[in-house]
Write a protein that binds this ligand. Sequence first.
Ligand code: NAD
Length: 406
Amino acid sequence: MKITVENGIMKVPDNPTIPYILGDGIGVDITPVALKVFDAAVEKAYGGKRKVEWMKILAGKEAIEKTGEPLPKETIDTIREYVVAIKGPLTTPVGGGYRSLNVTMRQALDLFVCFRPVSYLKGVPSPMKHPELLDVVVFRENTEDVYAGIEWPYDSAEAAELRNFLKNKLNVNLREDSGIGIKPISIFGSRRIGKAAIDYAIKYGRKSVTVVHKGNIMKYTEGLFKNVIYQLAEEEYRDKVITEEEVKEKYNGKVPEGKIVLKNRITDAMFQQLLLRPSEYDVIVTPNLNGDYLSDACAAQVGGLGMAPGGNINFNTHIALFEATHGSAPKHAGKNEVNPSSIILSGAEMFEYIGWSKVKKIITEAIEKTIQEKYVTYDLARQMDGATKVSTSAFGDRVIKNMEIK
Ligand code: NAD
């Protein structure tokens, strides 16, 4: 049965059909293992009362082979129709070829939030002394910024026309061999992601929301992003959100009970802050490019990309596409050796999103237990003393074996 949205509320049947994209490269290794883990966790949580019916949809290499197109329209339509889906990684050709399928899907479905929770699982090797101090959820804007795909090669007619326009109309001189990309950031886009981040912080009892921006330099784009979210908090969340400045000035530095603190940080400073003072941050909301860098840097602190979950979500229509956050790692493809934790943990977030919280808990705890047993894939094994290096599928089977109901 389909997951539906009625009057703005998501309705999830006990046997939902969830579409999945296998993914390119290591997708063939991680995605089937993940589905097996999901089925086992749902069974463990609800003992046959609930069960997901997985529906394969095509994108990437497999789609080209079968339909001639990397992203058939049917794939987008199916995700829209079934509301929630999950995907393996998709290869993007660099400097030519077709456009990133990930970016195309995010835009076609208007999945305006790239949702990246980052927290530490016990036993995972980390370069940090105290990786457990990092527990953040990054809300990266997904549809605007230099990622919107509005760009032209230096030698195109469009770039020449734009250079002329800038020179003649706005008195801006660009070098004749400049490629051009445009960075749009709107009030609409900033406000809706600000709202999604603050609503999430309220729902999950998080302590703060930090807007990360480079508004000191890019005043009318990133500066706008920050100002819009502050204005939103002032207009719509006066009773729940307080700014960091107010905490200092009016409350002597002590946050009043039950209030969420709204902060802002300049991007470069934030990279330092997350290394030096990770416990001061909680929900983070940021434009597209900052968020891309920041979420991977956060993931590195707690075990790297092989461990990081994520999803692309429109919190208004509820359409969501959860995904492995790493790429297709072609050199490892088909070798049954990579870490499937990213897509498995993304699935755990997907279950949380549809309200099956028990499944997330079972999966997360089973992965943590497996890692603490040092029964891990090569990427973690090489960073641990005394680890047993296992295949992707053996790791998945051990996660299933380690599932417990609490
Ligand atoms: P990548 O994430 O595919 O791989 C970089 C390295 O990270 C790999 O060589 C491997 O050593 C390691 N790695 C990645 N996933 C791992 C896992 N699950 N377990 C263990 N080790 C893992 O990044 P890349 O090489 O820059 O990109 C390859 C392709 O993937 C490109 O075409 C890129 O555009 C695409 N990509 C897709 C997504 C996505 O689908 N969301 C994200 C990033 C990159």
